[in-house]
Design a protein around this ligand. Sequence first.
Ligand code: AMP
Length: 290
Amino acid sequence: MAEATPGPGAMLRPRVIRTRTDLRAALATAPRPIGLVPTMGALHEGHASLIRRARAESATVVATIFVNPRQFNETADFERYPRDEASDLAIAGEAGVDIVFIPTVEEVYPAGFQTTVRVGALTEPLEGAARPGHLEGVTTVVAILLCLVGAERAYFGQKDAQQLLVVRRMALDLGIATEILACPIVREPDGLAMSSRNMRLTPEQRAAAPVLRASLLAARAAYEAGEKDGEALRAAIREVLAAEPLAVPEYVSCADPVTLRELARVEGPALLSLAVRFGSVRLIDNDPLP
Ligand code: AMP
């Protein structure tokens, strides 16, 4: 009897690889181009959208799942970060991943590890100022993953806008050949940007969390009505946030989308962004103008 082949929509379990050696061996013969999607797991529709884009543009899709201790500036946040390998494999398979690299900390950072990749001025404001060491942890792990996989393309979400800029800068500076591609933010129906941290919100906090998006939309509306003063646009965001007692703003920004320096006036493209705490859960969002 012929072996059953999976029909359309059937779930294929991706191949799981846990060591650098096995990854190198598997990729030596993998069809090219390779598309890479780095993640920290707890996969949701935002990650799936990156994977589907990679699937459409690659012969082999590699996703990585690694909760990177070096990019957590708070130990409690690292310890509480959601982990669910079975669910991740189901979502990754459904979205079209061929290979999932799930290394241990020792596999990513071999014994005696002492290399740090640090990008300059771009990492100073916003997330860099609010989370010391975070972006350095990101660039260090992403550099390792880009080197290990040697993909033609790697896919990152616009949700982490500064991370995307910093990773692009790093790849350019270090001569890493992988093309860094940006994918749009995927949102819940009520506008909340999907995030693995959303599941840690209480029902009350979850109900309040769309205020991030609402505040950005208020600033966009002011901008579209002719407001070009950077501080007035930041104030428009703060005003909406202030009406939500559960939301504690960490920063509110209207910055140059290339340098991330705060703008006094918006005369060209700009990036509105913010970080807000709901209890111990920290959420970010952004909106590029125009
Ligand atoms: P993370 O697992 O949070 O490190 O995210 C892995 C990748 O998925 C990063 O490039 C994120 O920017 C991206 N990502 C996370 N959430 C979303 C979202 N809601 N929409 C689009 N991309 C996202």
